[in-house]
Design a protein around this ligand. Structure first.
Ligand code: G3P
Length: 214
C-alpha cells in the first residue's frame, strides 16, 4: 500500500520522508492556506523533498480554465498531479488532460458512481473523502470497497486514494479492502507509529540489559 501525506507543511513532510515511508503528497486549497505560504513556492519545495506524485489543486470552475491551469501546474515539476474537483466541468477537463498526458487526481468524490465516471474519462487517481462521509452518518469506507471492486471488474488503471482520513483504523480498513493509496495527515501517521506498550517494552528491555553481567 502506498502512503501519501495529506499536508502542505514541509517540516512534517521532511519528518515522514526521513522515515522512508512517504510515496507521495496531496495538498488542497485549505491545506495550502493552513501552511501560510505561497502556493507555487510550497508545492515546489514539496517536489524537492518527495520523489513521487504531488497533488496540486486547480481552482477554476470551467473546463477550459481548469485545463489551462492544469497545464501550468504540470509545468512546475514532472511529479505534479493536478487535482480536479468532481463537477461536470471537471469531467470534461479530465478527459482533455488525460489525452494530453497530464495526470489527474479527481477529488471530492463521495460515491462510487462518481469514481466510475472519473475512471471512464481517464483520471489517474480518485479521492473518496471517507471522513466527511462518516460525518454524515453513512459509512465512507463503503465507497472505497465499491470503487476498488468496480475498478478491478473493468481493469481500470485508476488508483484509489483514500482521503479525509481521521484515524489509524481508516488506514487499516482501507488496506484490508486493498485500496491502492491512503493519504494520511501527519498527526494520524504519528498515531499509527507510536504505541505505549512499545515504549514500555523498550524501557523494560534497557533496564534489564543493565542487569546483564558485562
Ligand atoms: O485531501 C483532502 C482530504 O483529505 C480532506 O480531508 O479532513 O478536510 O475532510 P478533511
Amino acid at each position: 500500500m502506498k502512503f501519501f501525506l495529506d499536508t502542505a507543511i514541509v517540516e512534517d513532510i521532511r519528518w515522514a520522508a526521513n522515515l522512508g515511508i512517504v510515496d507521495g503528497v496531496t495538498t488542497n486549497p485549505s491545506l495550502i492556506a493552513r501552511s501560510g505560504r505561497k502556493f507555487e513556492e510550497v508545492v515546489k519545495e514539496i517536489t524537492e523533498i518527495v520523489d513521487g506524485p504531488i497533488s496540486a489543486e486547480a481552482v477554476s470552475l470551467e473546463a477550459e480554465k481548469m485545463v489551462e491551469e492544469a497545464r501550468k501546474l504540470a509545468k512546475i515539476h514532472k511529479n505534479i498531479v493536478v487535482k480536479i474537483p468532481f463537477i461536470e466541468e471537471g469531467i470534461k477537463a479530465v478527459k482533455v488532460l488525460s489525452k494530453e498526458g497530464i495526470r489527474t487526481n479527481v477529488t471530492l468524490i463521495f460515491s462510487a458512481s462518481q469514481a466510475l465516471i472519473a475512471a471512464k474519462v481517464g483520471a489517474n487517481y480518485v479521492s473518496p473523502f471517507i471522513g466527511r462521509i462518516d460525518d454524515t452518518g453513512a459509512r465512507g469506507m463503503n465507497v472505497v470497497e465499491e470503487t476498488v471492486e468496480i475498478f478491478e471488474n473493468y481493469g481500470y488503471q485508476t488508483e484509489v486514494i483514500v482521503a479525509s482520513i481521521r484515524h489509524p483504523l481508516h488506514v487499516i480498513e482501507a488496506a484490508v479492502i486493498g485500496a491502492h493509496i491512503a493519504t494520511i495527515p501527519p498527526p494520524i501517521l504519528k498515531k499509527m507509529i507510536s504505541h505505549p506498550l512499545t515504549d514500555k517494552g523498550v524501557k523494560m528491555f534497557l533496564e534489564d540489559w543493565k542487569k546483564v553481567p558485562k
